[in-house]
Structures are given as structure tokens and as C-alpha cells.
Design a protein around this ligand. Structure first.
Ligand SMILES: [Zn+2]
Length: 113
């Protein structure tokens, strides 16, 4: 079964708990792949941070982290034929309400520069 979408988590999500993701992106922009897939239907990406706090999105690392996240989303979308705009937050509280969705300007046509 091929995944049909991407779900975004924050690292403080209680259902993550050290696993439960396919890719983990640290604050400094390092991608850590999980050794086992967690959900055949969707790719789960965990972004390090607690985006219920407004300070989180103001931290200096965010720019690199979100640059990497955007690249990863485009790559996964291309690999599995998923619409890159089909990003779904895990729940109402994950990632938190300060998660900067607007930083993710997902457009495959613009993805190559
Ligand atoms: Zn979550």
C-alpha cells in the first residue's frame, strides 16, 4: 500500500513518544529517518519543537528547519505521487497553533531553485 498523504507532528506530541514518525526534523534541520514505517496510509513527519508556544516559532533555528521540511515534503510527494499540498496536521493541538504553516510554501513548480 502506498501512502496517500503527509501528516505533520510536533515533537511534544504524546503519540510520538520517541517513535511513531517516519522522519524527524531537528531544530537545526537534520532529518532523522525512522527504521520502521509507522502507518502504511500516511507519511508522518515530526518537527522538533512545541508549537503551542509562540516563542518556538521565533527561535533562530526555525528557518533552516522549515527549509529542510519543505524539501522533504516535496521529495516524499514526488516519490509517492502525493499532492504536496495535502499536508494534514495530526490533531487540533498537534502541531500547536503557532506552527508556521505559511512558511511551507509548497509548490512543485517552484521546488527546484
Ligand atoms: Zn501528533
Amino acid at each position: 500500500m502506498r501512502p496517500t498523504g503527509i501528516t505533520i507532528h510536533q515533537s511534544v506530541c504524546t503519540s510520538i513518544n520517541g517513535k511513531g514518525y517516519d522522519f524527524y526534523i531537528t531544530r537545526s534541520g537534520t532529518i532523522i529517518p525512522a527504521s520502521e514505517s509507522t502507518d502504511p496510509a500516511r507519511i508522518h513527519i515530526c518537527v522538533e519543537g512545541d508549537f503551542s508556544r509562540p516563542e518556538e516559532t521565533l527561535s533562530g533555528f526555525k528557518e533552516e528547519q522549515f527549509f529542510v521540511l519543505q524539501k522533504l515534503v516535496l521529495r516524499i510527494s514526488e516519490t509517492f505521487g502525493i499532492d504536496p499540498a495535502d499536508l494534514i496536521s495530526h490533531s487540533a493541538n498537534c502541531p500547536g497553533k503557532h506552527f508556521p504553516w505559511s512558511e511551507l510554501v509548497i509548490s512543485p513548480k517552484d521546488g527546484y531553485h
